[in-house]
Write a protein that binds this ligand. Sequence first.
Ligand SMILES: [Zn+2]
Length: 511
Amino acid sequence: MILFLLGVLGCQPHQAPVQALGSGAAHPSGYLVIAHTNDTHAHFSPSRAPWLEAAPDIGGFAAIAGAVEALHVQAGDDHVLYLDGGDVMTGTPLMEFEVRGVRGGAMLDFMETAGLDAWVLGNHEFDIGFDHVSALVGASRVPVLSANLDALDGSGAPGIMGLVDHTIFERDGLKVGVFGLTTASLGRLTASGAAEKLNVRDVIAVAREQVEALASQVDLVVALTHIGVDMDKRLAAEVAGIDLIVGGHSHTPLTEALKVQDTWIVQAGCYARQLGVTEMTVKDGRIVAFEARLQDLLPGSSPVHSASASLQKTWEERIDAHFSVVLGKLEGGDLDRGDHAETALGRWAADTVREAAGTDLGLYNPGGLRADLVEGAVTRGAVYTVFPFGNTIVTFNLRGADLVGLLLRNANSALSGKHPPMQMSGVTAQWRKRSGVAELVAAEVGGSPIEIEATYTMATNSYIAAQWKYNLGFHPVDLNDIGVTVYQAALERVSKAVLTPPKNPRITRID
Ligand SMILES: [Zn+2]
């Protein structure tokens, strides 16, 4: 599931530009423009900008491409770099299509057509799995950076073929070294288990190595990071020699650049709605003049970039055609998501993973259900909005005692109201409150009482299994990914027969 970290800009004092830069005039030597985006999350089309009056739809890659092209025209091709701070994957139906042999690969088309020079791997690039992110890096025609994702063998080599620690650009005689950093919380943030195939190193230590490797070769050191603005500030405070940090991950719209020690920090919100633009003059290996702005990509504010505009239109039409197809029908009420209770949609989702995997039990987290399914015709798009994450179905074994623990955990969270209860399939239980805590009165699997020593099979989504510590409270044994996404399994159920909301409650409180 997506863990959007909606960042809030801290109360950093306003940092005035070192010296105003006039654009349009003849540029001094050492003049450089860096355009940047981050956390686009496959938002290739315009999307809502709630901070603007009437919340219009803005941005998208046609708009980005137009704005970047305008910078090239103003500053001259030899003065412009365009960098992206990662999390280009996960967030729209574009992810359902394969381009260049990789799901979501159309984003590479969008970014490259817009003139991107390099990007850093974000945590959401790992959502579908290690093979997917490897294919994505392999298919990119511009450098993909990350210096702290090493091979497990301890050699210090990049953990993914084709991934590079840094790259050096030359612009009008200036050498610009750009190194990449990916959040060290990759393992905790990734559902697919892909991070286990990497040695994810501490960003501070790695940044020191990168600065040392680059400093003597370049005029300007840029960290292209996907670690969030708070870590960016730490990086700036603790690592000397970074001139500029172009960040991502916290989705922070930095309308003013931050400055910590000698390092400037910028970040451009999220969802391709804004373009960050920094203009600077570099002299003797230092930034002597700096100005940054965050440009809202309003419709019509940039010249039309015809290649990007037609790419955008092609994909809008393709997605429309794909998702408007009616696959089935829902009768007898909505499959909806209630609050802090067992719900129709929750039961249906737990039934869906159990049936697809053929296990004794099914389990689903309410937070993983992102929309209700409304009575009537069911389109592919409607199912997609319920399960947009691309999580696969996984199975594992658990002992009867673990299942009892899970039922009690669920009942106690219903009592405390802290977490909505896990939605279950294949089990029925009655519980009551005794001395302030939940007590099981009866619990059955497949019509027979739970045996504490018996082993049962359970299906759930890959997110729950990967984050078992928080979600299950016991270690799942013999974990197996069946290679089918929850979304695919749901589509199949919708296509097979008319749906009705499952009415039979599974877990009930009897006092
Ligand atoms: Zn991120």
